[in-house]
Design a protein around this ligand. Structure first.
Ligand SMILES: Nc1ncnc2c1ncn2[C@@H]1O[C@H](COP(=O)(O)OP(=O)(O)O)[C@@H](O)[C@H]1O
Ligand SMILES: CC(C)(COP(=O)(O)O)[C@@H](O)C(=O)NCCC(=O)O
Ligand SMILES: [K+]
Length: 279
């Protein structure tokens, strides 16, 4: 079995993948922490022959995790942001400083779709762009839904947006504090992603397929106006592409990959931007 870990600032996600069949056997998530309990937080390590890790948590979390795993598992692969990988050139002035989850998402998106806009809706919402040809432009970082809500300190933190809410319900004026806050932060997040996408496609002169991942991807997706796909395993797919271990991975098959959304025309994107400026 292969153990894949995607350690975010809030949640540490894991999944177990069968090295022979490439099937996902189980998955889970725990709050990000320094100490793991194999057999309860993560699967029993006796069945694990290799581990792949993407981590953006504090340094000590990764260090402790790697120390534990190296004692028990033969191969431990830790992803890093590099100046270039798999045909993509990292747009950061200091490539190593780009969050490795963003780098994994951008690499996976490029493998799947060629040029792309990859959006990760977690503790932070990040929006990254890779042009056809592989130039990563850099991107945008804004607080995620939960962080935005907590920053208001209005006592609404424990009332989360229902992930099944429809965008129409979330975009109307709230008539209670919880609702006003939830609708406000939702509007902030989806307007930002919609606008960022249009501005960058306009600037670069190319409509790009958009891919969404992260804990809030499903709910954010409902407020996104352009064609896009939700890809829950996008960060894991970056790990698969960087460290292919199974026959399917070596053949370039990324697990859980959605169909590539066809972007609308550049003319439409530009017309939408022009319209929003007139208002
Ligand atoms: N069951 C859940 N538990 C915690 N957070 C959740 C849950 N469902 C959705 N979320 C949202 O997902 C975010 C965490 O998403 P995730 O992509 O795992 O973030 P990160 O990678 O930063 O840890 C939370 O900030 C919250 O807004
Ligand atoms: C921006 C992030 C905090 C997002 O992390 P997440 O929401 O997935 O926990 C992470 O990618 C990170 O720590 N990045 C380093 C800074 C940068 O990318 O510029
Ligand atoms: K994120």
């Amino acid at each position: 079995m292969i153990l894949d870990l995607d350690i975010g600032n809030t949640l540490s996600k894991w999944r177990l993948k069968d090295a022979d069949s490439s099937e996902i056997r189980s998955r889970g998530a725990v709050w990000t922490r320094e100490e793991w309990r194999p057999g309860s937080d993560i699967p029993d390590l006796d069945v694990v022959e290799a581990v792949r890790i993407s981590s953006v948590a504090r340094k000590v979390v990764l260090e402790e995790t790697v120390t534990l795993l190296r004692r028990r598992v033969g191969a431990v692969h830790v992803a890093r942001s590099t100046p270039e990988a798999l045909g993509v050139t990292n747009g950061y002035e200091e490539p190593g400083r780009l969050g490795v989850d963003r780098w994994m998402g951008a690499l996976a998106g490029y493998q799947l779709a060629g040029g792309c806009c990859s959006v990760d809706c977690g503790s932070a919402i990040t929006v990254d762009f890779v042009l056809p040809g592989g130039r990563h432009l850099g991107g945008y970082i804004l607080p995620g839904l939960r962080l935005m809500k907590e920053s208001l300190k209005l006592g609404t933190r424990n009332v989360a947006i229902d992930p099944d809410s429809e965008a129409e319900e979330l975009l109307v004026p709230g008539t209670r504090t919880v609702e006003a806050v939830n609708h406000g932060i939702y509007m902030a997040a989806v307007s930002a992603v919609n606008r960022i996408y249009s501005e960058v496609c306009d600037r670069e002169g190319v409509p790009l397929p958009m891919l969404l991942t992260g804990g809030d991807a499903r709910v954010i997706s409902r407020g996104i106006q352009v064609p896009h796909a939700v890809w829950p395993d996008m960060v894991y797919a970056g790990l698969e592409a960087c460290f292919p271990l199974t026959a399917a991975e070596r053949a370039g098959k990324l697990s859980g990959a959605p169909g590539v959304p066809s972007p609308v025309s550049l003319e439409k994107i530009r017309a939408g931007l022009a319209f929003s400026m007139l208002l």
